[in-house]
Design a protein around this ligand. Sequence first.
Ligand code: PLP
Length: 380
Amino acid sequence: MTSNIDKSIYADNAATTSLDPCAFEAMKPYFTGCYGNASQPYSFSGSARNALKDARRIIADCIGAKEEEIFFTSGGTESDNWAIKSVLASKDVQSGVLVSKIEHHAILNSADSLRRFGIHIGYLDVTNEGIVLPEVLLKHIDQGIKLVSVMLANNEIGTIEPIRELAEIAHKNGSVFHTDAVQAMGHIDINVNELGVDMLSASAHKFNGPKGVGFLYVRNGVPIDPFMNGGAQEHRMRAGTENVPAIVGMATALRINNEELVSFKSKMNELETLLIDRLHSYGLDFVRNGADSHLPGNISLSFRNSDGEMILHRMDLMGICISTGSACDSKNTQISHVIDAIGVAKDYARGTIRISLGKYNTQEHVEKIALALKKIIQRE
Ligand code: PLP
């Protein structure tokens, strides 16, 4: 099947990204010639085994972790489920978990599923820029809280959270700290030691890697139960024959994106400024959501007296892909929980869209996006 995306403008990189061609090339041999099961001891499986080892080392190096602290998963949702449900490993029925109100549903619904075990779930408020203030965590945390999970950067509005300060508070209380870095990985510099996190989730398709693969970082010594029971893969913690081509693609994509972080940030800054300037010059009435410290290229806009769904569909007819709130929640047409939590004014909230630019977007794309928005909102 052919794609018509070449004629379109893809500006929904927070939903997913296109596979980096070098990552694709790196994956190919492991679909065909080197298809051996990485767990088999014979020499034919040697290349798959080595590829898995190399990928683990590349990923560990990218985030300042040790190889044995990286566990391959099927993506962000699985990594988040595993991290949140790890609280059951403490076997303490009095446990509590704290999450921010703007987490992805992979976190919120995982946390919710723990209630049937008697675990208490608390929700941390955010500022109107989407920031979880350290004092808010301090107010809520107590001895019963075994796990705190706050995302590194929000998928809908791009706000980057003060993870280091939050992790420090959690640790002083004796809690484990997890961060969902699914949107941030490969877009900003991440070092697990500088952040001070115990667990971190990532997903390859958000950083120009393939879909259906991700990883969970678990600091040595953090108590966690196996997520999938079966064979001895992933140090007996996550059973199942490894998806070697996908893992190789993920490691290659992360290495490339990490090498390009500085130029990526400056390109995204230019494109963001261009877009906002154009929208102002057209006289459109909108607010930009999120904090100054945000993910490069993630632009959440709320247009006054408008309708995000209508904008999305009209942009689609013009060949432009954007999103309303979170793409992982595209069936939910209500105002998203994130827009609700940051308190966007009623006459703007319904008109929220997310434009998420990526490394393959250009100035020409941005000019066309701005012009399309002008036409739709001014009903030309
Ligand atoms: N966490 C965040 C912040 C996300 O944005 C997403 C996907 O949009 C996920 C988790 C889920 O990741 P995956 O699609 O790999 O399951």
